[in-house]
Design a protein around this ligand. Structure first.
Ligand SMILES: [Fe+2]
Length: 628
């Protein structure tokens, strides 16, 4: 007779249940144990077998159909009669009719599994998760997602994803700039710096040639440039920048409180002066030039200029929430999460690497669909870009999305922003990419011995194929890889996935309350049409443009909630889930955390000297996943 000592780790003050009525069975290469019922108040068990089970392959947990108990199993550890301690990660709920077959924590590719029972487990696990996904009709493409207002929930997937440590309460949030924005929102330098380090740092680009539809002339901007330089000279020197909201052009604006709202698609020209201030020098509020579409300049009357800037800020609110935030972080993370759940079994090293970065993503996106963009949702009801314009905008944005948009180094290069000073989103983001790439490269190189391993990993190839197909990313012009042929190609992509789910989301999510908490700096909509001639704007016309109180309150409540840090907040790299146990990936993860800590310190030191500290990509402020 031999004894296996088993510890079942049950977590849970959330949806906690007891594990009784679940049975556990050990399966080895030389046979299986009896099914042992779990006791009501014990985590440790002894499983007796007549002889050694050989190599321990699986731990089976099975709950009968009649049980009403729901409990969360984080992991099972087994000490064999030979003295080996094996860990079997679970991190799933056990409920009625559950039959889980857990693999030990040593990562394996499909081509490493030589025993039929291992392959069977692998296939069954994928079928189990795929079936749930099919039930939910969840894997609509990004563009399809935007053409429907989904009302379904993802209950089944939540049972896979939810951890019992999740609670809906929040702690105070860090919003160091909220009070300053109220004081600074009218200042041109503050207006300009928001394009670099505000809530939406993704739209500005260097301008080497004026857009053909912008009717700005040398005379209009001459007094804004220094030392008699011409606009052409400043463009050649790399000092002129453009923000173009053309995706908003021609959208059907929303009615809010039965009042017509207005959306403009501004063009904003900015100049980087010798003191490194980025100042707006011309604003054209509509795309088509014409007599009813004046180019506003800082020398205009105070309220003409302030009204023009306010229309830009309202456009930026729409661009930020729907494109930079919802599409590029929430929707893309959901796409990556779904492909991961459907194509990688838990034994796959990339499952182990990626799964912490999808914590609560399906849940928060379900809430966003049901409460923000659905009929009657906050964005649909109270914002100018809500309603029919929202779906068209999202269609345009998803159609234009490229791989390079999601890869920060490429994005910075393509926007010509490699050298613009004081662009902290770029500086901190590139450091995070560097650290993340080193981590992913280390883990990927450890498991994929050479490029041929990448090519023959059928689960990996299915994963990228599903991302491409269901994300409608197949167009060559979008630049996404259709398959992986090398470790380096895979590393670059996976680094992008983790960056999108963590840092990129932090950059656009966590700045919301700071920059949108003072309504005039980010109106959810404007109730008067944009000025078609100069000299008619006034303080009273600007006040009349602002959204109604109830629309403002709903907008503020939303950004307040999304900016608040939950009590179960998990910083980047700090997941408590134990998926890897092999020395090398564990050491790589430790180095990842150490690198992040060093970067946190460096950013903290840098921020001491800044009037507007950039804190959103300080690693301890970067959440591990899209979770709010
Ligand atoms: Fe978010």
């Amino acid at each position: 007779m031999v004894i296996y000592r088993v510890v079942v780790h049950q977590e849970g003050f959330f949806l906690s249940g007891d594990a009784h009525r679940t049975s556990i069975q050990l399966v080895g290469s030389k046979g299986a144990s009896d099914c042992v019922p779990l006791a009501e108040r014990s985590a440790e068990y002894e499983v007796s077998c007549p002889a050694s089970l050989g190599a321990l392959l699986l731990v089976r947990l099975e709950a009968p159909p009649t049980t009403t108990s729901v409990w969360f199993c984080s992991k099972v550890t087994v000490t064999t009669p030979e003295g080996r301690v094996l860990l079997f990660p679970c991190y799933r709920f056990v409920r009625c009719s559950t039959a889980l077959a857990l693999r030990d924590s040593i990562a394996k590719f499909v081509f490493d599994d030589v025993r039929p029972i291992e392959l069977e487990q692998r296939i069954n696990e994928l079928m189990y998760q795929s079936m749930k996904a099919e039930d939910e009709k969840f894997l609509h493409s990004v563009s399809h997602t935007h053409t429907h207002t989904h009302t379904h929930t993802h209950t089944h997937f939540l049972s896979v994803q939810l951890s019992p440590t999740h609670t809906p309460t929040h702690t105070h949030t860090s919003c160091p700039l909220l009070g300053l924005v109220e004081r600074l929102w009218k200042d041109d330098w503050f207006f300009g710096q928001q394009f670099l380090n505000g809530a939406n740092p993704t739209l500005i680009r260097r301008c080497s040639e004026l857009p053909s539809n912008m009717a700005v002339t040398e005379e209009m901007v001459r007094s804004s440039l220094e030392g008699g330089a011409s606009l052409q000279q400043e463009m050649e020197r790399g000092n002129i920048f453009l923000v173009d909201y053309r995706r908003l052009d021609g959208l059907t604006p929303n009615m809010v409180n039965k009042k017509q709202n207005y959306i403009t698609a501004p063009l904003v020209l900015l100049h980087l002066n010798s003191k490194h201030f980025l100042l707006p020098i011309a604003i054209q509020l509509k795309q088509a030039p014409g007599e009813d579409n004046p180019v506003f300049v800082p020398q205009d009357l105070e309220f003409d200029w302030l009204t023009a800037k306010t229309f830009v800020r309202a456009a930026d609110f729409a661009e930020h929430e729907l494109h930079a935030h919802f599409l590029r972080t929430h929707m893309m993370s959901e796409l990556f999460a779904m492909a991961t759940l459907r194509n990688f079994p838990m034994a796959h090293p990339l499952y182990k690497l990626l799964i912490p970065h999808f914590r609560f993503t399906l849940e928060i996106d379900t809430l966003a669909r049901n409460l923000l963009i659905s009929d009657g949702g906050t964005l649909s009801t109270y914002t100018a870009v809500g309603g029919p314009g929202m779906l068209e905008f999202l269609r345009r944005a998803s159609a234009a999305l490229t791989y390079h948009d999601l890869c920060l180094p490429d994005d910075i290069t393509r926007r010509g922003l490699e050298s613009i000073p004081n662009y902290y989103y770029r500086d901190d983001g590139l450091q995070l990419i560097l650290i993340g790439h080193r981590y992913v490269e280390g883990v990927a190189s450890y498991y994929y011995h050479d490029d041929s391993d990448v090519i023959r990993d059928s689960e990996l190839q299915s994963w990228i194929n599903e991302i491409i197909v269901f994300g409608h990313l197949i167009d060559e012009k979008k630049g996404f890889p259709k398959s992986f042929t090398s470790v380096s190609e895979l590393t670059y992509f996976v680094t992008m996935v983790i960056f999108t789910a963590s840092a990129q989301h932090a950059a656009v999510n966590n700045a919301q309350l700071d920059y949108f908490g003072w309504m005039p700096n980010a109106p959810v909509g404007l109730q008067l049409p944009p000025p078609s001639t100069k000299g008619l704007c006034s303080e009273s016309s600007l006040l009349a443009s602002f959204p109604d109180v109830n629309a403002t309150v709903h907008g503020l409540a939303t950004v307040y909630l999304l900016s608040k840090r939950p009590t179960d907040y998990v910083p980047l790299g700090s997941s408590a889930e134990q998926h890897f146990t092999e020395n090398f990936p564990v050491e790589m993860a430790a180095r990842f955390r150490s690198d992040l800590k060093r970067l946190s310190y460096e950013i903290q030191v840098r921020n001491i000297g800044l009037m507007l500290p950039y804190v959103y990509l300080q690693p301890h402020n970067v959440e591990d996943s899209v979770a709010r």
